[in-house]
Design a protein around this ligand. Structure first.
Ligand SMILES: [Zn+2]
Length: 469
């Protein structure tokens, strides 16, 4: 922040709360042809103090060749398709005929088609959750969205890295209607849908929110969500558990019933624990979906866990299936509720989620805690500054390992040292206060550090200097 040269009068604070973006999506999926047709309306409010002469749109599906086709784009009722400027492969700019003034809103209506890709594993890049496989179709980061705008910086929109996440999003309200073309036999979380394995020919739809069935479509409302994700498969077996007001659904592939139950149980235990420590989980459902790709991945209200963890599961807590289920559950606080710039400050969510695994083990399965330290953390001899961006870790020959070892694993060691220094009471008070203060917002690294310093101990500066560049 810089000092203004002249003093300008400040507008009086008003009682109106900041108005968040509204996304209304109508999607029709052809499951057999891997094709999605979407009509989307975005209502965007300029909540900054500056007039905006253009808007940014992040369109992740455009990263995949032949996938995204824009049919029309109306900005405040005017067809603007020919005027859009692709800035990067995953983002465009919409010039506005008249600037959007602070406090004003604007409607964007987009019609598009997605010819879904079928990602092949590539050792040079991270696994891709988006698209279809023989087992499932995953619609993640599938719709254009307006990234956060910061007066000092501009649009918080980044290019993909080779690994790590690069998207930054504000919380928004979502109304999503999903229709599965030519398929009558579809089940989802709408009441009276039986659990258990799918019957022959039946599809199962998992999503970030519970469903209501209406006229052959399923309607989903997600309030103040960081993202809306969904997944469809002809193979899911569904189990459910209740934690307070939240229903947890576990979607697993055939022959993974035991692992699917373990995921359900771990997620339920982790949700109960993290609510107690970090504050309420805000949604009525949380879905955990077995992934036909080799990674875990978080979205708001829905997370994926790799089939690799299910395949290896032996029925004990000393396994990645359990550790990563706890990790992905923790992302509902560190990523979804408390947002961060995942490209520039990945440690803010990843170090906290990795350390939340430790908290899970010490509370729920303390006998497995030594395994966790030894095989999840120390085995990799973690080192390196924890607060680099996803573009900063370039160590040869394995940049991804350097990234994970620093951000996730050394990040967990950092938080353990902070906790030893503060003591449990102050450490958990800090985490709760951080979660409360930045709930539904985006936290920066300096927000985290400044709040931590209010719990200062003599050693804190030394610990910060040891881990943070
Ligand atoms: Zn993570």
């Amino acid at each position: 922040m810089s000092q203004p040269a002249t003093v300008t009068p400040q507008p009086a604070p008003t009682a109106t709360a900041k108005v968040i973006p509204q996304y209304v999506l109508e999607a029709e999926l052809d499951y057999g042809r891997h094709f999605l047709r979407v009509n989307q309306r975005i209502t965007y409010f300029n909540s900054s103090a500056q007039p905006l002469s253009e808007l940014a749109l992040v369109i992740e599906p455009n990263r995949y060749v032949g996938t995204f086709r824009l049919n029309s784009l109306l900005v405040a009722g005017t067809e603007t398709k020919e005027k859009v400027l692709w800035q990067e492969i995953n983002q465009l700019r919409l010039p506005l005929a008249t600037a959007l003034l602070p406090g004003e809103s604007l409607e964007i209506v987009i019609a598009y088609e997605l010819n879904l890709p079928s990602p092949q594993p590539n050792p040079a890049t991270r696994p891709v959750p988006f698209g279809w496989t023989a087992q499932q179709t995953n619609l993640v980061d599938w719709y254009p969205f307006i990234p956060p705008y910061r007066e000092e910086i501009g649009w918080l929109a980044h290019q993909p890295g080779y690994f790590g996440e690069h998207l930054v999003s504000e919380v928004a309200d979502y109304e999503v209607s999903i229709r599965i073309k030519d398929r009558l036999n579809v089940r989802t979380t709408a009441a009276a849908q039986p659990l258990g394995p799918a019957s022959p020919g039946e599809l199962t739809l998992a999503a970030s929110a519970p469903a209501r069935a209406e006229n052959g479509a399923f309607l989903f409302s997600l309030s103040k969500g960081r993202s809306f994700a969904w997944s469809v498969s002809h193979l899911y077996t569904v189990t459910a558990a209740q934690v307070g007001d939240t229903t947890i659904y576990s979607y697993a592939f055939p022959a993974h019933d035991t692992a699917g139950q373990a995921v359900l149980q771990t997620t339920a235990q982790a949700l109960e624990l993290y609510q107690r420590l970090f504050g309420d989980y805000p949604h009525p459902t949380l879905s955990v979906v077995e992934a036909d790709f080799l990674d875990g991945m978080e979205y708001d209200g829905l997370v994926f866990l790799s089939k690799g963890f299910y395949n290896l599961y032996q029925g004990t807590p000393t396994e990645y299936l359990v550790a990563i289920a706890a990790h992905e559950t923790a992302h509902q606080w560190w990523y979804a509720l408390v947002g961060n710039d995942q490209a520039l400050d990945p440690w803010l969510d990843e170090a906290l989620c990795t350390y939340s695994e430790k908290i899970y083990y010490e509370q729920v399965a303390p006998e497995a805690l030594p395994w966790w330290w030894t095989y999840r953390i120390d085995f990799y001899q973690p080192s390196g500054w924890i607060n680099g961006s996803i573009y900063d870790y370039t160590a040869f020959p394995n940049a991804y390992e350097a990234y994970r070892n620093a951000v996730y694993l050394n990040g967990a060691k950092f938080l353990e040292e902070v906790r030893q220094s503060l003591g449990d009471e102050a450490f958990f008070a800090f985490l709760r206060q951080y979660a409360e203060t930045y709930r539904h917002r985006l936290a920066t690294a300096s927000d985290f550090v400044e709040l931590l310093k209010t719990f200062a101990t003599p050693e804190l500066e030394t610990i910060l200097q040891k881990y943070l560049r």
